[in-house]
Design a protein around this ligand. Structure first.
Ligand SMILES: [Fe+2]
Length: 327
């Protein structure tokens, strides 16, 4: 890769990534923050660069109960990197706290001494609000499903989280009720849970499935729906999951129902699911660009997808609302 191309990619990360990035040196001094970081923490680079993160905590790394002031400080102090840690962190210049999903890692020199600590942040405030609406049993069930999917197939887990974020954003853009927005998010998380019942060699096969393998794969909406139906209060989600591969023209599966006979949230899932599958990299194919995926959604509007939902989704992707849902 030539230097100009590399710089161009770095510039995109700098200005277009929806994640906030920070790098600190071994003295905890901030050496880099990107635009998203400044936006989510409502500060400027000048406020932060060259300053020690510890200055916000009177030079301490832990509070009186021995808890570290955030994942990055903990990683620097303990040498333990973290992935997908949910943390409620205070903003730099106010008492307001926001929920963040944080990854941390360390950069060491050739003598293994820590030179830099790096952290990325995604705002999960809105998703936390959903969790607060659920009772703790339902929340535990959903988290257990998410883990079970991840243990079997990491791609499906990450895909489910991204589909859930898209469903949440689309449901809000369509001005659905609070209850439906919550259902949309949860349906996104669990929509492929039935893949637990698909043989490993079919699930992770690189490349095209044979006809027999495709028959096995096509059972996942029914398997998922049967699992979810066993849980008290999950009947609605079970039905949404059952129909997430139906097509608007009736040529989908498992029941070949068409149009508005397909539950609204299943029609929304069909669009969000296909979009994320197109823009995600798999070991056997390159992702397409956002513009190409949007063109494909438009092309398949009225055949595969509900035209009204497809149009809403495209409008949503073009709006600022999509910035926290789509990387
Ligand atoms: Fe699926």
């Amino acid at each position: 890769m030539c230097e100009a191309h590399f710089n161009c990619i770095m510039q995109s990360i700098e200005t277009r990534s929806s994640q906030g990035w920070i790098i600190i040196n071994a003295e905890y001094e901030v050496v880099y923050v990107n635009e998203s970081f400044c936006r989510m923490w409502q500060c400027t680079r000048e406020n932060l660069l060259g300053k020690s993160l510890l200055q916000w905590y009177d030079g301490e790394k832990q509070n009186s109960q021995g808890r570290y002031f955030g994942p990055l400080i903990e990683t620097m102090a303990t040498g333990i990197e973290m992935q997908n840690v949910e943390a409620r962190l205070p903003k730099f210049f106010s008492d307001e706290c926001i929920w963040q999903l944080v990854d941390t890692f360390l950069i060491r020199d050739n003598k293994e001494k820590v030179e830099f600590g790096v952290a990325s942040y995604s705002v999960i405030e809105r998703f936390k609000a959903i969790e607060q609406q659920l009772n703790s049993i339902n929340l535990k069930v959903i988290k257990a499903f998410s883990k079970a999917i991840g243990a079997r197939d990491v791609y499906t887990m990450q895909h489910s989280e991204k589909v859930a974020a898209l469903m949440f954003g689309l449901a809000e853009a369509m001005l659905l009720s609070k209850h439906e927005v919550t259902l949309a998010y949860l349906a996104g998380i669990v929509h492929d849970v039935g893949k637990i019942g698909v043989p490993e060699n079919v699930l992770n096969k690189p490349g095209r499935l044979t006809e027999e393998e495709f028959i096995l794969m096509k059972q996942h909406p029914t398997i998922g729906s049967d699992i979810l139906r066993q849980i008290d209060g999950f009947a609605d989600i079970a039905s949404i999951v059952l129909h997430h591969h139906e097509r608007y023209d009736g040529k989908g599966y498992p029941q070949q129902i068409a149009g508005e006979s397909i539950p609204l949230l299943s029609r929304m899932l069909a669009v969000c699911d296909s979009y994320d599958a197109m823009v995600s990299a798999r070991c056997y194919r390159q992702p397409v660009t956002k513009a190409q995926a949007m063109a494909e959604i438009e092309k398949c509007s009225s055949s595969q997808f509900d035209p009204v939902i497809a149009a809403c989704f495209l409008r949503f992707l073009n709006s600022d609302l999509s910035l926290t849902a789509v990387d």
